[in-house]
Design a protein around this ligand. Sequence first.
Ligand code: PXP
Length: 249
Amino acid sequence: MTASDVLRLGVNIDHVATVRNARGSAYPDPVRAALIAQDAGANGITAHLREDRRHISDKDIDGLMEALSVPLNFEMAATSEMQKIALRHKPHAVCIVPEKREERTTEGGLEVAKEENSLAHFIAPLLDAGCRVSIFIAADKRQIDAANRIGAHVIELHTGAYCDFHAEGAFDKRDQELKKLTEMASYAHSLGLEVHAGHGLTYGTVAPIAALPQVQELNIGHFIIGEAIFRGLEPAIKEMRRLMDEARG
Ligand code: PXP
């Protein structure tokens, strides 16, 4: 099977926890959402344990590890606290993301090129533990080369700028961003890296990204969880899956 045969959907359930935490209640439960997503056809679940625990909690990660039969993609900053948690759970995949306390969401990709040595050192025990290590980066050749040199299995391309330009109606800029994503997906694949993509994807923006033959996984959360308010979680996921399949042809 070639890379282009498969396009997985990872559903990010962080924002179920955001709603729960807004009231300090025990519901809605992100583990329950993850199980519904799994039944609706998600190929994996993504959860970001932030340093400030603003959405997903340590207990949620315990619950996800115990309950899921699809792989967990554990997003985390490159800190020793997160490394310890990842090594305790050994999830299927660990995606290293940049994290700033004041940001509302992950704003940019990781500066792998600047921190190559420390990141190589940081991911080594995760690779030894058998986790698939993914690095969340902008569509930038320097970052891809650095991710490749440190031994990551996967790069996840940040689609946030492409989605923002689309939402603003800045279609020229959106198309330039899509061109970069297209070229860099192909470049990373040529190096032997597995290519994922995500951030900000919606029903309106998913098709051109899903159509990139080198992309093997999309991680999508905020839009799906928002859409679930109107149509329910299972139909919201199934529609995303349908659009991905249609784009893939
Ligand atoms: N991929 C990564 C690495 C992310 O940090 C996020 C957001 O947590 C996503 C995908 C999903 O983005 P969104 O929630 O905007 O769909």
